[in-house]
Design a binder for this molecule. Structure first.
Ligand SMILES: [Zn+2]
Length: 129
């Protein structure tokens, strides 16, 4: 489909997010309005922060997708998301916060050229980092 309003060029970032539909738009809106970023390559898993810290998780498929985003779209920032009322990782903020820290260290190890930014999304749309 040809749409003259579709922007084709811009700056990309990658985002490791939960699958939860309630947080997709808040995450995209916050990242694009807070950073000089036009497009988000969204990679999702249920309860992403818990998934990344769980030693049983098979990370390779996720890392393969992340590497495509980094290589093809020159992503310099990687965002990792945790959120309120996460069904797949039903812990409180006190647990999400250290999960995000551990997750960010893991991602920094495999994407050393990228800046890793952790964010927490409340269901009212507020985002903190
Ligand atoms: Zn979730």
């Amino acid at each position: 489909m040809d749409n003259e309003n579709t922007k084709l060029n811009g700056k990309f970032a990658a985002c490791l997010n939960c699958i939860d539909g309630r947080v997709q738009l808040p995450v995209i809106n916050w990242i694009t309005s807070t950073y000089n970023i036009d497009f988000i390559d969204m990679i999702t898993e249920p309860g992403m922060d818990g998934f990344l810290v769980d030693s049983e998780s098979e990370l390779k498929p996720l890392l393969d997708k992340l590497n495509i985003a980094i290589k093809v779209h020159d992503c310099e920032e990687i965002f990792i998301v945790a959120h309120e009322d996460c069904a797949a990782n039903p812990v409180d903020f006190k647990t999400h916060a250290p999960n995000l820290k551990i997750a960010s260290e893991k991602i920094k190890d495999v994407a050393s050229k990228c800046k890793v930014i952790c964010i927490y999304v409340y269901l009212n749309g507020n985002v903190i980092n």
